[in-house]
Design a protein around this ligand. Structure first.
Ligand SMILES: [Zn+2]
Length: 321
């Protein structure tokens, strides 16, 4: 390890942002093996990492950065939720670190997550096929912004496939239900869950003294929130409870370090998309004709917009029946 740490001069997978003394955001570089953001928190006598990226390569760089920036190896790893861009690098940190998530997140990882990875390992062909198909779509895409995002997606999928044969899907070792505090010699952090909104269970890390929150995908900055596994109403309820906390800086699951303004933008987006789909269903029109509202035109993850519409449409029409 020593050589690697001495050699740490940054990573192609992420850029390190100094958020406060001993608190660092690892902001994903698009098209690499990170996909999601992570965070590094120096607790004094120990070091905590929040989320572990999509690939072993990116997680190894995160581990090296943590050691380089804090002087300690990582003792605690938090998985904010089960999605692969926040959990697949877990194996890099064991057995030295304890991996922590909510009980529900661990249950999903132990069943659905684990099965999905073993299917991918025994039959990787469908993923290669999807990569090829997306490659063709990229050639035909005329919208430059969408094209760029598709290229990033494909490049990240290739990074993932490079690593897949070496993947040991690694589950959290400690779980909690509502709140768990970790106390280091210099600082304490709170792990909090208000239930599930973005996924079936979402946790975040709160530093009350520094007024910082590492929000996982409950808050994305200038990116379409990913709603494919979401419960939009619960998501809004969770964000309303988060607003009651004293927070000045947010490390989001995707996008740049931000503030409560971006949290409120996510709320606005969810409300807007619910209203858009409801109006379309009422007037018996097709959701395929809904365009990205002006307010979100510059946001990343454009390709999730259609998926979000479909998810909300399914939720609304199922609840009507
Ligand atoms: Zn994510």
């Amino acid at each position: 390890m020593v050589n690697r740490i001495e050699a740490f001069k940054g990573s192609k997978h992420f850029l390190v942002n100094h958020v406060a003394e001993g608190v660092f955001a690892a902001i994903s570089v698009p098209g690499t093996g990170s996909v999601g953001n992570a965070a590094i928190i120096n607790l004094g006598d120990s070091t905590l990492v929040v989320d572990t990226f999509t690939t072993i390569q990116a997680a190894e760089d995160l581990q090296a950065a943590a050691k380089y920036l804090t002087g300690n190896s990582v003792s605690y790893v938090i998985n904010t939720h089960w999605h692969s861009d926040h959990t697949t690098g877990n194996q890099v940190f064991t057995p030295k670190a304890q991996l922590i998530s909510t009980l529900t997140t661990r249950e999903i990882m132990a069943t659905y997550g684990k099965n999905r990875v073993s299917e991918q390992m025994s039959n990787p062909q469908p993923i290669y096929q999807a990569i090829d198909e997306l490659e063709k779509k990229i050639q035909q895409e005329t919208d430059e912004k969408v094209k760029k995002e598709m290229q990033w997606g494909n490049a990240s999928d290739r990074e993932y496939m490079k690593m897949l044969p070496n993947l040991l899907y690694t589950l959290p070792t400690i779980t909690f239900d509502q709140q768990l505090s970790i106390h280091g010699s210099d600082r304490s952090v709170q792990l909090i869950t208000y239930g599930g909104g973005h996924t079936e269970s979402d946790a975040f890390v709160y530093l009350p003294e520094e007024k910082i929150a590492v929000m996982g995908d409950l808050v994305l900055s200038k990116h379409h929130p990913v709603m494919i596994h979401a419960n939009p109403q619960e998501w809004l309820n969770i964000l309303e409870r988060v607003e009651l906390l004293d927070i000045e800086k947010i490390i989001p699951g995707h996008g740049e370090v931000c503030s409560m303004k971006e949290l409120r933008e996510v709320k606005g987006y969810i409300n807007d998309i619910l209203a858009l789909v409801a109006k379309t269903v009422q007037s018996k029109k097709s959701i395929d004709d809904i365009l990205v509202p002006n307010a979100y035109e510059d946001w990343g993850f454009t390709t999730y917009f259609k998926m979000n519409l479909k998810k909300i449409h399914d939720l609304l029409t199922i609840s009507v029946e």
